[in-house]
Design a protein around this ligand. Structure first.
Ligand SMILES: [Zn+2]
Length: 136
């Protein structure tokens, strides 16, 4: 007969929650951060990695563990902490495109606003996904 259970001291650590009330904070996907800090490998943006690392540091994790959980070098995590957990750069303001719509030209006209960047980022993600699928 097998009795399911955990040995004393072997119980799983309590799940960590970045928030219990909201799922995103600006550009931060708090669900992705929650998965990452609970050792469920999840792709994070750099600002999400910094936020996750700060949460783990506040909970007493060492740089090596934090680096493993947020898929970054422990030296990078140490650097983020020494720089006070740098916030993401503020959103670039749209530039004058001479009456053309933002979001249809990518970087070709030099605008880096969200509407212009998003189609470029989506195309990069699709290209990377195709490359991964071709390599598998
Ligand atoms: Zn723009």
């Amino acid at each position: 007969m097998t009795i399911a259970g955990n040995r004393a001291g072997a119980a799983p650590a309590a799940r960590l929650y970045p928030s219990t009330t909201v799922t995103c904070d600006g550009d931060l996907d708090l669900i992705a951060i929650e998965r990452a800090i609970n050792a469920e490998p999840t792709p994070l943006t750099v600002p999400e990695k910094i936020h996750a690392a700060r949460l783990l540091d506040e909970r007493g994790y060492d740089f090596a563990t934090i680096g493993r959980l947020v898929a970054s070098d422990p030296g990078t995590v140490s650097d983020w902490k020494s720089r006070g957990w740098p916030a993401p750069k503020p959103e670039a303001a749209p530039i004058d495109l001479g009456g053309r719509d933002h979001g249809s030209n990518g970087y070709c006209l030099g605008c880096r606003c969200r509407d212009c960047r998003e189609p470029v980022i989506a195309a990069q993600r699709a290209r990377r996904a195709r490359r991964r699928a071709a390599a598998a």
